[in-house]
Design a protein around this ligand. Sequence first.
Ligand code: NAD
Length: 373
Amino acid sequence: MTQATNLLKVVVIGGEGIGPEVTDQSVRVLNWFIDRRHAPLQLHDAPYGAEAYREFGQILPAQTMEAVRNADAILFGATGGPDLDVLPKPVRHQGSLLRIREGLTLFANLRPIIAHAALFASAPLKAEVLEGVDFVIVRELVGAIYFGQPRGIETLPDGQRRGVNTQVYTTSEIRRVVRVAFELARTRKHRLCSVDKANVMESGVLWREEVDKLHQAEFSDVDLSHMYVDNCAMQIVRKPNQSDVIVTDNLFGDILSDCAAMAAGSLGMLPSAAIVPRDAAGRSKALYEPVHGSAPDIAGKNIANPLASIQSVAMMLRMTLGRPEDADLLERAVRHTLEAGHRTADIAGRGDTPISTFAMGDAVLASLDQIAA
Ligand code: NAD
């Protein structure tokens, strides 16, 4: 039996809205790997959100922040929605997912987009543009307009109100995330597209200059291109299979990945990994979460698609837990589940009978059993 000290700690935070529903399915999957593949993992639930506020007076209680700091990996569900919106503003600002990202310096968010052939018929885009879609958006996650100062809403002397946010990047913030993207491109097709708005934004000019400098100095073997974000949004729906790795800033990455979700069939299909720099021991801690939010419109109905969260577990197995074979197995199980025709409502086509969140969890577990047998 594995020694308790050798167990990798996975902190599980369901969060708000559909977060707990989809995360529950991922926990079932993780437990399958513990039971059936002897994955040396210890899962710990940590409080977060409106419920944590009622119990501890904080959305992100100190013990949760402590747990994520000590974790090897974090599995997060979703945040946001009506239960949080009604809490006092200072409480919302004190603690949130953004504070976890900032506190752990989760500066690079990897968002793979794959179009499964089994979903071509029900996808919003035409099947012929979906052939071969397999790219990654690397989104900068702890800088720019989400965190820049000054920010706020003020009342001007003439009585008007003014809202202010600041888009700001330093060279080191740009270089560390772009480096991750170049390194990722080297493991794929050696193609990187850097996306900015350098035609109107100084932060974009700096971004582009730093990308070029890093390319020349260290990554000239990677085929680099630049694109303005408006064009990129169009290209992602016009010809999504032309991309390999895209690197972009915090806001653009947020928007472009929702757009890219249409190539995967649904936002409920996009996993992600937010990574920190490797520590001295070479460990790469990360937070794994679906790209989607708390989806208040479908929360509590047991109809959300858990595959984004479950595929985030596959990323965790590969990137943090050092179990690439298990990651492959889980990705094959997801593909098998889709090929067998199981569909939640968001990916159901004409003639499909949608199944529940829990039933999709069942279907993935059944696929795992079948493939591993
Ligand atoms: P959303 O991602 O929650 O939902 C957008 C649309 O996609 C909705 O129609 C929703 O029903 C659908 N959808 C999302 N995930 C789905 C899934 N797994 N299965 C089926 N359908 C799914 O975005 P929103 O509605 O703009 O935001 C809702 C709340 O979530 C807001 O408070 C927002 O701030 C927050 N949010 C949080 C995160 C996060 O936790 N990382 C990300 C985005 C938005």
